[in-house]
Design a protein around this ligand. Structure first.
Ligand SMILES: *Cc1c(COP(=O)(O)O)cnc(C)c1O
Length: 431
């Protein structure tokens, strides 16, 4: 407290020295000092990762934590838990076995592994099966995902050597066949999750690449990315291959993220045939990449919801599945209430997106509010309590309701009203 008080007093002294003011103005500043100091102290103990209302319409927003976690938190996290303990025998058990069994069951695979994130999943898979040897990848699939995942770099870190084949827009089965030789350890197919190559483009069918791998006795590794387990057509989105489909089409190992379309905590999930997945379960790197108890407990619940088909228990699917008519009703009601309080908000149809590097060119129909506003309104909303992240489009602030949970509508309305009046009332006084 003393440090903050001294800093505020020094700041005031410096500002008076820099631009001498009259005695009354200085006295006002001194009167405001205690409030300033209290504000600074409160800001210091604020959460480093505060909750925000996501009004961007991007469902899997990587900067806002991707998939929101199911609530309440798993009960076992409030106390000790049987994390790697065999309750029947009363001795040390296996940490990853239970989650691996559950994951394998949900996607219909022989075996599975869970690690910290998908980057770790790809790293472990390559290190175990291709360290010091060659991995063949199409030039159209040398992907970079936000947050510094670059396939060629991960490959280098794993010790595998990248062999590029084909062209950016076209790779043929013959290109793969010509590149596979004595020192080839695997073919890696990466799902181009955050971009599309359209027009004169082609990639061979996965089944054909799988057949080529089988003839050479090498594994077909797949970086699927999104963790889609269900046909996205159910929500009017373009198809994204599910983990089970890729396994069925002949991928030997499929890697994906846990916090994208799977709707769970940050994790990397590896599934496939025992021949290629079992060595990962014994690999020394796994100890360095193993998930913590919070991720395991949450993943267990999310997988159970997928297994039961209870998708409405998973926040991502609740948001995705909210009927557009419901969002329209909410937007109109919010707009009416704000207007009657002097905020010129209008209900508008918007386009939300899945985000998280999935279905890059598809949108999800949505509704929201448009307010006349600029960067200042957007910033003050971000800094308000609760924090509201919206987007600017032309001269309007767009508040998309696709990503706002129902119990956030009241706090959202209050924040919009307070912030809008905070700016406009002070401007009126100034004029
Ligand atoms: C998201 C993604 C990754 C990175 O996954 P993280 O879980 O963020 O490490 C890698 N590859 C693909 C294809 C992705 O979509």
């Amino acid at each position: 407290m003393v440090d903050v008080a001294r800093e505020e007093i020094d700041r005031l002294r410096a500002s008076v020295r820099a631009a001498p003011a009259d005695a009354n103005a200085v006295r006002d500043e001194i009167d405001r000092l205690p409030d300033r100091i209290v504000e600074r102290l409160a800001a210091r103990s604020a959460s480093a990762y505060p909750a925000v209302i996501n009004a961007t319409g991007v469902i899997l927003h990587t900067n806002l934590g991707r998939a929101p976690l199911q609530q309440p938190a798993p009960e076992s996290l409030a106390s000790y838990l049987a994390l790697e303990y065999d309750l029947g025998e009363g001795r040390r058990g296996q940490r990853l076995e239970p989650i691996q069994a559950r994951l394998a069951e949900v996607v219909g695979a022989e075996a599975a592994v869970m690690v910290n994130n998908n980057a770790a999943a790809v790293l472990l898979t390559l290190a175990a099966h291709a360290g010091g040897r060659e991995v063949v990848v199409s030039r159209g699939q040398l992907i970079e995902i936000g947050g510094s995942f670059r396939l060629p770099d991960v490959m280098e870190a794993s010790g595998a050597h990248l062999v590029e084949v084909g062209c950016t827009n076209r790779t043929h089965l013959d290109d793969y066949a010509a590149a596979v030789g004595e020192s080839t350890a695997a073919i890696l197919v990466a799902h181009p999750s955050n971009y599309r190559i359209v027009g004169f483009s082609v990639q061979p069918a996965l089944r054909d690449v799988a057949e080529l791998c089988r003839r050479h006795g090498i594994p077909l590794l797949m970086d699927q990315g999104s963790g889609a387990l269900h046909d996205l057509g159910r929500w009017g989105l373009p198809p994204e291959p599910t983990v089970s489909e890729l396994l069925e089409q002949g991928a030997d190992v499929v890697c994906c993220s846990g916090d994208k379309l799977l709707g769970g905590p940050q994790a990397g999930l590896i599934t496939g045939g025992s021949r290629w997945v079992a060595p990962l379960q014994r690999h020394p790197l796994l100890r360095a990449l193993r998930p913590d108890k919070t991720a395991l407990a949450w993943m267990d619940r999310v997988l159970d919801a997928h297994r039961r088909g209870a998708l409405d228990e998973i926040p991502v699917y609740r948001l995705l599945g909210t009927p557009t008519a419901t969002l329209k009703r909410r937007a109109r009601r919010l707009a009416r209430r704000l207007q009657s309080n002097g905020v010129p908000a209008q209900a508008v149809a918007t386009e939300a997106a899945l985000g998280g590097g999935t279905t890059p060119d598809a949108t999800v129909p949505s509704w929201g509010l448009a307010l006349p506003g600029d960067a200042r309104l957007a910033r003050e909303l971000r800094e308000s309590s609760p924090h509201v992240v919206a987007r600017l489009s032309d001269d309007r602030l767009l508040v998309d309701l696709r990503t706002v949970f129902r119990d956030q509508l009241g706090p959202l309305e209050a924040a919009l009203q307070r912030t809008y009046h905070g700016i406009h009332d002070s401007q009126d006084v100034g004029a």
